[in-house]
Ligand binder design. Structure first.
Ligand code: AMP
Ligand code: GLY
Length: 423
């Protein structure tokens, strides 16, 4: 079967790597792709906001499955358009993607269906939001309702900070995303990410991960899209996974169907493991980046039957298997990221660095030019390793990084520290 993958990040390189290894895959197309995807897929240029152009391409190339990597095309309704054209697609409809696209939508669903999450209020008026903050006290969390590239969340320690966050959001700092804000209880606990598939009737647990969002050592400094991740997350015991499926994922799948927006795709649940059990922080309607890289590294079964089963509603016939190893990925980013950075530097010795069979280097912001790898983004490479323990996986990943010659890049040196301290 021919498959079209949409996206250009490290997540998509990891998906492309796994999809292209499947005996079910004939030609894998990727739009737009990146320098690492190019050798394993046919990278093409398509305007994914032009749904009829995507549909025409799928008909021309006899595409049997479209896999959507990022959230924006989903929120924009690409899955609806493909479904209407009878083209199987992995990814939820626009209505179902509200789970990521609107924090208020998700909070209301949790309240209505008894899914554990932080207490909250939704506001379109700054004075009402401030009155709620004064009543609840701090610390408190202020969030822009819509998509804000992971930056629309402020944890306020004082009333003044919280009020400033409210003013900033209503002043348009996050554009449309901030015309409504959610103010919620600050939850204490350990964070973990949980992934599960849903086809509209069946849910299937995938795996767990933890990421490092902050740019600096020891999880300090501004937040990024993620500077590294590992899977599994030690805090997610089998018992905790069973609770998350029973208390959060399955009720969400049922709630979405009940509300008339059946969810088909991957649930990426951001969880807080509190003293009283798992609570939902937020949902994403796609795989995490860089969490996907460690998941793909550990998945030992074929991914294509799973993606197809989600698209055609036959997930109950599927199972998934995982390596017992821990996979860990370290993000190499352009110096300056998440602020301004320059583009165009050459990265050398990547092939040599990934020679070990337990190391894979997934590309994010790269392009291939005359056989060279050129950095063209903020997050650029994801050096991923697997080994029997998290500290061995970390050592292997950093040993690979030491071989890469890229003076214009940097990485954190402590990815995995929380899990390693536990050991
Ligand atoms: P989100 O974009 O909603 O995942 O929030 C970004 C980060 O803010 C999360 O990964 C948590 O570290 C933190 N956070 C969000 N909501 C809460 C909350 N209610 N309590 C504590 N921390 C939170
Ligand atoms: N790494 C977090 C995300 O993909 O949203």
């Amino acid at each position: 079967m021919n498959i079209l993958l949409i996206g250009s990040g490290g997540r998509e390189h990891a998906l492309a790597w796994k999809i292209s290894a499947s005996p079910l895959t004939d030609t894998l197309y990727c739009t737009p792709g990146n320098g690492g995807i190019e050798p394993i897929a046919s990278c093409i240029s398509l305007d994914v906001s032009n749904h009829s152009a995507v549909i025409d391409f799928c008909h021309e190339r006899v595409i049997g499955l479209v896999v959507v990597g990022p959230e924006a095309p989903l929120v924009d309704g690409i899955a609806d358009a493909l479904n209407a054209a009878n083209i199987p697609v992995f990814g939820p409809s626009a209505a179902a993607a509200q789970l990521e696209g609107s924090k208020g939508f998700t909070k209301d669903m949790c309240a209505r269906y008894g899914i554990p999450t932080a207490a909250y209020g939704r506001f379109t008026d700054p004075d009402a939001a401030k009155a709620y903050i004064a009543e609840r006290g701090t610390p408190i969390v202020v969030k822009a309702d819509g998509l804000a590239a992971g930056k629309g969340v402020i944890i306020a320690q004082t009333d003044t900070e919280a009020d400033q966050a409210i003013d900033m959001m209503f002043d348009g700092e996050f554009g449309e995303a901030g015309v409504e804000v959610v103010v919620e209880e600050f939850m204490l606990g350990e964070e973990a990410s949980f992934f599960a598939l849903a086809d509209g009737t069946t849910t299937l647990a995938l795996a767990t991960a933890q990421d490092h969002k902050a740019v600096g050592e020891g999880d300090t400094g501004p937040n990024t899209g993620g500077m590294g991740a590992y899977s599994p997350a030690p805090v997610m015991t089998d018992e905790m996974i069973a609770r998350v499926m029973a208390e959060i994922i399955e009720p969400t799948a049922a709630a979405m169907s009940d509300m008339g927006c059946t969810y088909k795709g991957v649930f990426f649940a951001g969880l807080m493991i509190t003293g009283t059990g798992p609570k939902l922080i937020e949902y994403n309607c796609r795989f995490g980046d860089p969490e996907c890289q460690v998941l793909m590294m550990r998945m030992t079964s074929d991914i294509v039957p799973l993606l197809l089963a989600v698209a055609d509603g036959t997930l109950s016939q599927q199972s998934v298997s995982w390596s017992d190893n821990t996979a860990l990925t370290v993000v190499l980013a352009s110096k300056g990221y998440p602020g301004a950075y320059s583009k165009g530097s050459r990265i050398e010795n990547v092939d040599d660095a990934s020679a070990d069979e337990n190391v894979e280097i997934f590309h994010a912001g790269t392009k291939a030019e005359n056989g060279d790898i050129i950095a063209v983004g903020g997050r650029v490479l994801n050096v991923t390793a697997q080994a029997p323990s998290v500290s061995q996986a970390k050592d292997l990943a950093y040993a690979a990084i030491s071989k890469i010659d890229w003076p214009e890049g940097f990485c954190r040196s402590d990815i995995g520290w929380r899990a390693i301290n536990r050991d």
